[in-house]
Design a protein around this ligand. Structure first.
Ligand SMILES: [Zn+2]
Length: 476
């Protein structure tokens, strides 16, 4: 087949291992891999000598233009997906949330409108079930439309999003029936509310400030909720995926459950791998409030171990950007801090610098957790998630050692700050390709807004009939 583009001479990371050579592209697809591909007439050569050629990352947990905490998150589909591209992320999955009276279908339509004409990379949504009694009969219709992942929150009663045990149980039964997957935000609502109420006094707030955020969310708040969700997963056999797992206890529960064949998978976010709650001691500590919050150094190390051993399958960001001005509205009351961090642009650089360069993951393991696993688990494989013939030509080309300093003023995100400000990171995309098109060239975004496409799906979760324990042993 005639090749339009050849990515030449890089170290190419594939599911079958790495090799030094070329990636041949025709149209939107990868059509050839080899040591020295012959360019056809007019083919564009993209020099990748001395670079790693990775599959584009999938960030399967992002919130763009989200109404939340009394405001709207500051990155929309324009800035959010430009940030993604510059970070080597070529697919994002957001969460479509129905508000008062809305159906699941209306929520999906609302999110499709947010993305339309703005997205630079490909995207889809998890469908949030916020009122199970009302939404339960709409699940099958959403699967028909190509949405195969659903989400429930065990907290956020005040936002009108909270699901109780009956909803979790009933939805997991539906997931088993349809072969689809439920994502769960696992924190223990009643105990969390009680701990917040105990500390929500003028004296405590004056004394502890933003430190009350980690003080009121001890690890058992997450652990109890994961344990309970896993119990309903085990009882129903419905596929469960724990989002943004942040604790060592959570990793232990998931590992034990996978060991007895329970179909549960877990994701962590990159902030839980590179930050700990000492950030709340800082003058500007309130900026770091996200939900759940970053934990202790022992949790950080346990999550890296979970990535290596397999109980943690995916690294995402939970990007939910708020500016300094938006964060400032907390005014000394930690319960009013808009919770969330910018992250799309720094996912791959942080995972590479703190994972691969520090010897915690191999390049191939990182690629598994950022590309191949998320694509498989979210029903986008083999179109996305790996460099192989027939896949979309979604690539991130990075230099092994060249670093750039994180400086929000020079970034694509609308955030005027970064949790990683001043950090020297390697792994920013020198070149990003999305469906065969160069959208980042020499570290600058060159792609056209609105070219990103919605991705329909047919499945999600573990491969049918594949025991969870075997999947964990295989590293995903
Ligand atoms: Zn989230």
């Amino acid at each position: 087949m005639r090749l339009d583009k050849i990515v030449k001479g890089g170290q190419v990371v594939t599911p079958a291992g790495s090799f030094t050579g070329d990636v041949g592209i025709a149209g939107e697809r990868i059509t050839a891999l080899g040591a020295d591909l012959a360019p056809g007439q007019g083919a564009r050569i993209i020099d990748a000598a001395g670079h790693y050629v990775l599959p584009g990352a999938l960030d399967v947990h992002v919130h763009l233009e989200l109404p939340f905490c009394g405001t709207v998150s500051a990155d929309d589909y324009r800035t959010g997906t430009r940030a993604a591209a510059r970070g080597g992320v070529t697919t994002v999955i957001d969460f479509a949330i129905p508000y008062a009276g809305e159906s699941l279908g209306q929520a999906a339509d609302n999110w499709l409108r947010k993305a339309e004409g703005k997205a630079l990379v490909d995207y889809t949504f998890h469908i949030c079930i916020t009122r199970w009694q009302e939404h339960r009969d709409q699940i099958a219709g959403m699967i028909e439309r190509g949405f195969t992942t659903f989400k429930e929150f065990m907290i956020y009663q005040s936002e009108g999003w909270q699901s109780d045990d009956r909803a979790l149980f009933g939805t997991l039964e539906a997931m088993r029936e349809h072969g689809t997957m439920l994502l769960v935000h696992a924190e223990s609502a009643r105990v969390l509310d009680e701990l917040i109420a105990r500390h929500h006094t003028p004296e405590q707030m004056a004394r502890y400030g933003a430190r009350l955020h980690p003080m009121t969310r001890p690890n058992f708040v997450e652990a109890e909720a994961i344990q309970r969700a896993v119990q309903w997963c085990e009882a129903t056999g419905g596929q469960l995926y724990i989002v943004h797992m942040s604790t060592a206890e959570g990793a232990e529960i998931v590992r034990a459950a996978q060991g007895r064949g329970v179909p549960v998978l877990a994701e962590t976010c990159v902030q839980y791998l590179v930050l700990d709650d000492s950030v709340f001691e800082r003058e500007d500590g309130h900026l770091f409030a996200c939900c759940p919050q970053v934990k202790k150094p022992k949790d950080v190390e346990r999550l890296w171990q979970g990535l290596r051993r397999g109980e943690v399958s995916v690294v995402s960001t939970d990007t939910c950007t708020f500016s300094r001005a938006q964060k400032a509205t907390w005014n000394g009351d930690w319960t009013k801090i808009p919770m969330g961090l910018p992250g799309l642009e720094t996912l791959l650089p942080l995972a590479y610098t703190h994972g691969v360069q520090r010897g915690r993951l191999t390049l191939e393991e990182m690629s598994l957790k950022l590309s191949t696993n998320p694509a498989r688990i979210m029903g986008l494989y083999p179109r996305k998630g790996a460099i192989q013939v027939g896949a979309d030509a979604d690539l991130a080309i990075i230099h092994p050692t060249n670093t750039r300093m994180v400086d929000p003023a020079a970034m694509e995100t609308n955030a005027d700050w970064s949790p990683y400000q001043g950090w020297e990171l390697a792994g920013f995309a020198r070149t990003t390709l999305s469906r065969g098109e160069v959208i980042v060239d020499d570290y600058a975004v060159v792609g056209r807004e609105g070219r990103g496409q919605w991705l329909p799906r047919r499945s999600a979760g573990l491969e049918a009939g594949r025991p969870a324990a075997a999947a964990a042993a295989a590293g995903w």
